[in-house]
Design a binder for this molecule. Sequence first.
Ligand code: 26W
Length: 818
Amino acid sequence: LALAPVTGPASNVDGFVRQFLRNLNYERGVPLSASSPNDQYFAFAMTVRDYLMARWLEDLRRQRVTQSKSVCYLSAEYLLGRQLDNNLLASGLTDIATEAMAQCGIDIEELRAQEVEPGLGNGGLGRLAACFIDSLATMSVPNIGYGIRYEYGIFRQTFVDGQQVEQPDAWLELGSPWEFPHPEFAQTISFGGHTETYDDEGVTRSRWVPSWNVRAVPYNYMVPGYLNGRVNTLRLWSAQATNSFDLRVFNSGDYEEAVRAQTYAENISKVLYPEDSTPQGKELRLQQQYFFVAASIHDFLDHMVADDFGLENLADRVIFQLNDTHPVIAVPELMRVLVDEKKLEWDAAWAITQKCFAYTCHTLLPEALEVWSVELLGRLLPRHLEIIYRINEEFLLEVRERFGDDEIRLRDMSIIGEFPERSVRMAYLATVAGAKVNGVAELHSQLLRDKVLPDFNEFFPGKFTNVTNGITPRRFIRLANPELSELITSALGTGWLTDLERLRGLESYAEDPDFRAAFREVKAANKRVLSDVLRARDGFEVSDGHMLDVMVKRLHEYKRQMLKLLHIVTVYEGIVSGRVDAASVQPRTFIFGAKAAPGYAMAKRIIHLINAVGSVVNADERVQGRLKVLFPQNYNVTLAERLIPAADLSEQISLAGKEASGTGNMKFALNGALTIGTDDGANVEIRQLVGDDNFFLFGMAEPEVEALWARGYKPAEFYQHDESLRRAMDLIASGAFSGGDRSVFEPVVSNLLYDDRFMVLADYASYIEAQAKVDAAHADEDAWTRSAILNVARCGFFSSDRSMRDYIDRIWHTPPAF
Ligand code: 26W
């Protein structure tokens, strides 16, 4: 990879200082002497931005001029994390900027702390999108990421008496130096109304007569590649009321009603829905989805496709990658544009559409598969509903041709479901329309093919494929773990950050005692950094010499934070009951990080219980120095970057067959934590790569889960037959963690005993046994470090650069460079 020459206004310390002061004076309107940390942060960020600007403009121009194939990534979420350090790293300016700030007498750490991370996503899916655009820029693949500029991102989580309370995330309150509004490229997006047919020179055509519209204003964000001088674009849409919007109401003299209508339009990009996995079927959510995909498609067609570019060849110019079902309404929108506006024949339009889309599925939970009621879809997007009906009709005709009048199969495969209400199955629509459909880890893709969509797999041979997820090593190794990065570079030289398989070279170092000592020192240093962060942020004290056992991810029953908690209660109960000698227990600090969807009552009870167990355990002298439970509030990307490099043990304990992939699992392994995990998602591939000796496997595999369900799962039987489990559950039920009040956590206990959809009790014994192995392994410091190094050495596969290569080879077929 060629290092881009450092040129431009800020390419040396003097230049950086001058440009910084200029920005402070002319963009912020303050002298250095009177500037606030926020002013300084802005001027600093603008200086980095200025440096990247020429490249950005050039790459935008090139994307238009060359007319080579672009990847349009359509995603309702981008969980970006802080931008400043990433953009400094990508531009190679870190040292220059640090020195420049020192010369100005400014503490660069204070500037970093000013940035509020753009939390425009819920979890895995949104963070994956952010990793992918980083990799595409680094690999010089022309790409536009399209999404929504939510005014409020994922809520800020606080705990009040141990219970989650949500607060709005006003990330734009002080503005953002990274965004560029382009009102001149606004699109008008319509909704509602009715459809009609009309005579177009002897041809009967349909058209949509909408009843209201909003303006979609694009905001551009730079996506710089790592030291390659490329800058791609992330384009997020913001909703604004149109002037014409309520002319009628204004004219009727109802000023207040008109202003209310304005608010209605602007609500569309107001807030990110915090549900991750259970769609609520809310009208505003469908408005968000259509709003951003319609704006994106029109934007691309209007500004990126040359006038003389034949639409029949559109697939040579673009692939729209659908990040889960959230953007799938793009399919009937492109059909509407081609048929109603460009006046193509239906079959020609459908042939184009089927080549321009590909669909990634990110879940296996049936309740997470989005459906929209026909009533709602028809009211908001009547023409799109007609188009969906026609797509379905023609699809079912083909199915009938192939399989005969198999009514059950036809009903099962129909894009329109009939129960409990007539609705559009978005995953089916995406599957029928997409050139390819992929899952996000080998196991997930296999289950998708064989269990979720088997009829479609049979009908469309070759359509289903896998691309295992990945993570960007720039953010999650280089930025999050500078000490480890330096150690790796000292062993392997540079180059590994863009060719992560080179980490293999570390295997031999696992046998080198000096390297192991240095590796341990890195971990220890990262723990000290984390300790400082948690002290400042949450008032926590992290004890020295503890194993850090970390479980960070969304709170969901399938991920089984309850299983982790039962382990903690088991160890605690063992010590306080006197059956286990405290001195024999390996000192451990358990760290949780998790947000619960605001409407997910059971998840919120589990958060409450984690905090309750933490308060009791941390205050109990009998386990002092041995056990500690920490639950910092508001887990986000910024905190993840501190927690992961400090972790010893990574908890990946979902019920087999439920976690599509997981990406936190990859981040931990690449930062030298060992995994305790089930045979689920990408854990399977991690274990294959690192080897059984370097991974703590437990629990049922997916076929066993299936078999137990088939036999009839009775969780109470596990409770009755396992004394240790009984003691732990009884302790929770006794009110020991709720001041003697047995009612507080009764629903959690009952749920486990009588329902336990995710088979926590069935996997408990196996988990406890695996945790005993963890204790034993951790007692041998050298062997543990050896395993940790091998985890790093063998996980290069999980770079999102590799994921992008797989998408290019298997799905996009885009040329590798501009
Ligand atoms: C409200 C509807 C809804 C439904 C599903 C919202 C969000 C979703 C997402 C698909 C949930 C999600 O983030 N899935 C995660 O995607 C990651 C990236 O592929 C995977 O690593 C995780 O296993 C998967 O849970």
